[in-house]
Design a protein around this ligand. Structure first.
Ligand code: F6R
Length: 365
């Protein structure tokens, strides 16, 4: 049932405030404002040398955000790879290590094969899964559920942000156990997470502005997405989402990589979507934008009020999100990139919920 929405994808985008609240409530003790994991992580986080993450597609991109979080907030080194590469890479693993798998369906063949490889090589298995009665859930030592509810649209939306919510809680727990975060740090980060559902509600209000932009984007042949740090995976996710449902060619790049190749593509026909909340690296991103603008590229900037001010009149369009703590930015900036893909696809008249050549659950290699 799509409710009042034209597509399941739209319904699922709009469910995010609610399912994020449910998911966060499963990992946060709301009374004390601290993390309370439903089960212990099957490895000693304090002593852990490294975490190995494998997943596919959008779930992989959630893992990439998780890497940035765990490295920064828990000083925990993270290796991450797409499962189709990991499973054949013959990765050497120290016995007793922690392997983390992320999957909406819990049935993705490459992710499951990677899990089995890790289990055979003495790893403890932790999975973040949406479908609890799935193969990946069954074969894990511990499962951290995302409480996203059924996701029908082939393009993952609410499952992605719920995966991020769980990874954020895991990173805070790891940071505490490893002595990187103190009690006050934990409370501050948890408070910022508790704000997320409300802020997502605010981000959804950008929809009319995004609908206007989508008309324009639907005429593009190529679209570039740029982001830095925690928002680099969001640029990759924006590009994946746009190509998968609108069939417009899109690529995501780390903003700093622009001048190492992709800038050659930029001309007045290539929209460049820049995911850049104002932060200590914002000046660098502004100079990347200048390079784009100088070649006639049309910039669509996703930022906050301070970023919009600093960017001046360079962007062709600016989508202004609320100010928020840096930690939670990927959860919020995911929303406009979902809406951009959705409305562009609606303009193109593609089958948004069932894009060609794609299956919701990829159970073959
Ligand atoms: C993109 C998308 C896919 C899945 C990928 C992994 O919108 O939905 O990239 O994220 O096939 O699927 P799961 O999470 O079920 O393992």
């Amino acid at each position: 049932d799509k409710g009042n929405h034209r597509h399941f994808m739209a319904k699922e985008i709009y469910e995010q405030p609610e399912v994020l609240s449910h998911t966060l409530a499963h990992y946060i003790d709301m009374a004390s404002g601290t993390i309370r994991l439903p089960e212990a992580v099957p490895a000693d986080l304090a002593a852990l040398k490294r975490v190995t993450v494998s997943a596919c597609g959008t779930a992989y991109l959630a893992g990439l955000v998780g890497k940035y979080w765990m490295e920064k907030y828990a000083r925990l080194p993270v290796d991450i790879d797409v499962a189709s590469e990991f499973r054949y890479r013959e990765v050497p693993l120290d016995p007793g290590g922690l392997a983390l798998f992320i999957s909406q369906s819990g049935e993705t063949a490459d992710t499951l094969a990677s899990l089995r490889y890790c289990a055979q090589n003495g790893q403890r298995i932790l999975s973040i899964v949406n479908v609890q009665e799935s193969s990946i859930a069954r074969e894990s030592d511990v499962v951290f559920p995302t409480l996203g509810g059924p996701e029908i649209g082939v393009a993952s939306t609410k499952a992605f942000t719920c995966q991020l919510a769980v990874l954020a809680c895991l990173a805070i727990a790891a940071g505490r156990q490893r002595g990187v975060l103190g009690e006050d740090d934990e409370r501050k980060l948890v408070r910022s997470l508790i704000e997320v559902p409300r802020l997502v509600g605010q981000a959804l209000k950008l929809e009319p502005q995004i609908e206007d932009l989508a008309r324009d984007l639907s005429r593009a042949r190529d679209v570039l997405y740029l982001g830095r740090g925690l928002n680099y995976p969001i640029a990759l996710e924006g590009a994946l989402k746009l190509k998968e449902i609108s069939y417009i060619h899109a690529e995501g790049y780390a903003a700093g990589e622009l001048k190492h190749g992709p800038i050659a593509l930029v001309d007045e026909n290539v929209p460049v979507i820049v995911v850049a909340p104002s932060d200590r690296l914002f000046d660098k991103t502004v100079s990347n934008m200048q390079e784009v603008a100088a070649r006639g590229g049309r910039i669509i900037l996703l930022t906050d009020a301070a970023g919009a001010e600093a960017a001046g009149d360079q962007p062709f369009a600016t989508l202004v999100l609320p100010e928020m703590y840096q930690f939670v930015q990927p959860l919020l900036y995911a929303i406009p990139v979902q809406l951009i893909a959705y409305h562009t696809a609606v303009f193109m008249g593609t089958d948004v919920d069932q894009p060609r050549n794609l299956a919701k659950s990829v159970t073959v290699e």
